[in-house]
Design a protein around this ligand. Structure first.
Ligand code: HMG
Ligand code: MG
Length: 288
C-alpha cells in the first residue's frame, strides 16, 4: 500500500517508564491488551533494562508473559545489553531495539557509557538477536537537542544512524527527546541522514513538549519517511531527560495522516478509549 503510514505505539514503554507511580503489572497487561485491538502493527510493550535505572518497567518479563497476543501485532521491547536481550528472548519478544544517543552526556546519563562504547555494546546484542531471527530497531536520542549539551550537530546523527543500519538495524528511529527540534532543524537532520540512508530506513520519534511534533512529522512525510512513533494520551518522556514531555499523541498523528489522505488502518474509537485509559493511568495510577 503506497499511501500507508505505520504508527508505532509507544505508550506502554515510553509512557509508563516515565510515570511517577509504578503501574501494577495487571493494569499494564489490561492496557496492552486493549491497545492490541486498535489496529497497530507494533506496540512497544516494555524494556529489559536495569530495575535500578527504570523501576517502573521492572516487570517486563511478567508483562510479556501475561498479555494476550494478537497475531497481527508485534510486541517489541528495549534491550540495552546482552542481559536485557537474554531476558527478552526468554519471554518471546517479537522485536527488540537498541538505543543510542547523539549527545555524549545524555548517553552517559541514560545508559552509563559514551556513544562509542554503546555502539560496541550493541554489536553482540544485534548479532545474537538476528541469529534468533528477532528484528532489531535502533533509536537515536537527542537528534536535535540535548538537555545537557544544547543543540546537536545533524552530522553526528547521520553517522550513528548509518552505523546502526550497517550493524543490522532494519530501521533507525530519530528521537527528538526534548521536543525542541523545529521543522527547519528536523529538515537539516533528515537531509544529513538521507545522504547516507534511504527513507525506508528512518522513522520519526517526536516528543511534543513544545508542540513541534506534528509539524516535524509533516517535514518527515515530505521527505519520504513512513513510520512514526506516538503514544495514546500523549504519554511519555525519558527519566533521564528532565522536563521532556510525552510522545506526540497517537490520536493527533492519526488525524493528521488521515487528513493528508494517508491510510493508517487504526480504529479511531478504540484509540480514543485507550487514550482515556492512558490519562487515567497517569492521573490515578490505576486502570479501573
Ligand atoms: P550499569 O549500571 O552500567 O550496568 O547500567 P552494569 O552492566 O554495570 O550492571 C550493573 C547491575 O545491573 C548488575 O547487577 C547487572 O546484572 C544489572 P548487580 O550485579 O549489581 O546485581 N543489569 C541489568 N539488570 C536487568 N536488565 C538489564 C541489566 N543490565 C545490567 N538489561 C544499563 C547500564 C544500560 C543497564 C542502565 O544504564 C540502564 O538500564 N539504562 C536504561 C535507561 C532507560 O531505559 N532509559 C529510557 C529509555 S531510552 C528513551 O526513553 C529514549 C527513546 O524513547 C528515544 C527518545 O525519546 O529519545 C528510546
Ligand atoms: Mg522517547
Amino acid at each position: 500500500m503506497n499511501n500507508f503510514i505505520n504508527i508505532f505505539e509507544m505508550s506502554p514503554r515510553d509512557g509508563l517508564q516515565n510515570e511517577k507511580n509504578f503501574i501494577a503489572t495487571n493494569d499494564k497487561i489490561k492496557f496492552i491488551n486493549k491497545l492490541s485491538l486498535c489496529g497497530f502493527r507494533k506496540i512497544e510493550t516494555s524494556s529489559f533494562v536495569s530495575a535500578r535505572w527504570v523501576p517502573q518497567l521492572a516487570d517486563a518479563s511478567e508483562v510479556f508473559m501475561g498479555i494476550k497476543r494478537n497475531e497481527n501485532v508485534k510486541y517489541t521491547a528495549l534491550t540495552p545489553n546482552e542481559i536485557g536481550l537474554d531476558n527478552a528472548l526468554k519471554v518471546n519478544v517479537d522485536e527488540i531495539a537498541v538505543f543510542a544517543a547523539a549527545s555524549e552526556t545524555f548517553s552517559i546519563k541514560n545508559i552509563n557509557c559514551d556513544i562509542e562504547s554503546s555502539i560496541l555494546r550493541f554489536e553482540p546484542v544485534i548479532n545474537k538477536a538476528l541469529k534468533n531471527k528477532i528484528p532489531v530497531r535502533g533509536y537515536i536520542s537527542c537528534v536535535a537537542h540535548c538537555p545537557y549539551e544544547g543543540n546537536v550537530d545533524p552530522k553526528i546523527v547521520s553517522q550513528i544512524a548509518e552505523k546502526l543500519v550497517n550493524m543490522g538495524c532494519y530501521e533507525v528511529s530519530l528521537g527528538d527527546t526534548t521536543g525542541k527540534g523545529s521543522p527547519d532543524h528536523t529538515l537539516k537532520i533528515l537531509e544529513e541522514c538521507l545522504n547516507v540512508l534511504t527513507p525506508d530506513k528512518l522513522a520519526g520519534h517526536f516528543h511534543d513538549t513544545f508542540k513541534n511534533a506534528l509539524k516535524n512529522i509533516e517535514v518527515c512525510i515530505d521527505n519520504g519517511i513512513k513510520t512514526f512513533d506516538s503514544s495514546v494520551g500523549g504519554l511519555g518522556g525519558c527519566p533521564y531527560s528532565p522536563g521532556a514531555e510525552g510522545n506526540v499523541d497517537t490520536e493527533k498523528v492519526n488525524q493528521l495522516l488521515l487528513l493528508k489522505g494517508y491510510q493508517t488502518n487504526l480504529d479511531i474509537q478504540k484509540i480514543n478509549e485507550c487514550s482515556k485509559i492512558a490519562l487515567k493511568l497517569k492521573k490515578d495510577g490505576t486502570y479501573d
